[in-house]
Structures are given as C-alpha cells and as structure tokens.
Design a protein around this ligand. Structure first.
Ligand code: IMP
Ligand code: MG
Length: 172
C-alpha cells in the first residue's frame, strides 16, 4: 500500500482559519459547545476551536467507531458518551471526515434527544460521492473524491494520525 502527498499542512491550517472565521460570524452571540468526535477529529478540533477564540465557546469529546481498515463497517458504536447538557445550546459537531454519512447521522440523531437549539456540522473532509445518508455539513474544509486518505488525525488501522499533511492511497 502506497500513500502520496495530497493536502499540505499549510493548506490545512489556512483553511481551518477560514472555517473559524465563518463559525465566529455565524455563531456570534451564542455560547456554542464544540463536540469533537474522537479519535480522528482531535487535531482539527484543536485548531478549529482556537480559531474561534472570539466566541464564548466550550469543548467536549465523544468517541465513536465505525471503520475497520479502509472500508466502512456500516455499524456505529458509541464508545464514550457525552455528559454535558446540550438543551437550548448551539452544538457544533467536529468531525474529521464525512464519508457515507452514517456516523454523523447517527450522532446527530442521538444529540437531538438532548434538545439543543441548533446542531451544526463541521468536517475537515467530505466525500460527497460516498454519501448515502441525507447529511449536509455546514462547514467543510475540503470536498474530496471517494479515495482513502490518512494524516492530520485520519488513520489506517490506528496509524498515521500524527502526520502533519494529508496523504492519499495510491490506486494502481
Ligand atoms: P462514515 O460513517 O461512513 O461517514 O465514516 C466516517 C468515519 O469513517 C470517519 O469519522 C473516519 O473515522 C472514517 N473514515 C472515512 N473515510 C476515511 C478515510 O478516507 N480515511 C480514514 N478514515 C476514514
Ligand atoms: Mg472518525
């Protein structure tokens, strides 16, 4: 398996600053709760949260798992739940990637039960061609084709999350 460079760290960083500005503009006057979906979203959430320092924001973490190797299992397991009260609040779900949309749809449905005022989805990467659920992310870092990528939080069998850049699996 070979991976080749795809999105540089500088490009990722610049894009996250832009997303931060969009969120600050859209969420002005609210006290949003960022919900970082572990494990993959942690580098993105870290940078995005700090790109929103003008907001009176909080962050919480939730852990889900739906992948095994390079293909979706279609099954979403919730490993670590959310303890924060979200009633009446703006919740910003922070994901590394929306692929089939199964994970995010499941999570949004679960969060709705807590009666938030609003749920927004911020994802670093989005594969529109892979989408099978009616999911429409509010903030997208990069829309990419249906290819397998690693780096900047994204893994292959738990490896590659610490890469600063994003790499794509070479298909031959
Ligand atoms: P979905 O439920 O099919 O949308 O998949 C979402 C989850 O699958 C993400 O949170 C990732 O953990 C994982 N995933 C999807 N595509 C990739 C990829 O290209 N590389 C690494 N992980 C991926
Ligand atoms: Mg993930």
């Amino acid at each position: 398996m070979t991976f080749e460079p795809y999105i540089t760290h500088a490009t990722i960083e610049a894009r996250i600053q832009e997303l931060g500005r969009d969120i600050v503009r859209d969420c002005a006057g609210t006290s949003p709760l960022f919900v970082c979906v572990l494990n993959g979203a942690f580098p993105f959430a870290s940078d995005l949260f700090r790109a929103c320092e003008e907001l009176d924001a909080e962050i919480a973490f939730i852990r889900l798992q739906s992948y095994s190797g390079t293909s979706s299992t279609g099954e979403v397991k919730q490993v670590l739940g959310l303890t924060d009260k979200i009633e009446g609040r703006t919740v910003i779900v922070v994901e590394d990637i929306v692929d089939t949309g199964t994970t995010i749809e499941n999570l949004v449905n679960h969060l709705q039960e807590g009666h938030p005022a609003d749920i927004k989805i911020a994802t670093l990467l989005f594969k529109p061609e892979a989408l099978v659920k009616p999911v429409n992310p509010d903030y997208v870092g990069f829309s990419i084709p249906k290819k397998f990528i690693i780096g900047f939080g994204l893994d292959i069998n738990k490896k590659g999350r610490n890469l600063k850049d994003i790499y794509v699996l070479k298909e031959d």
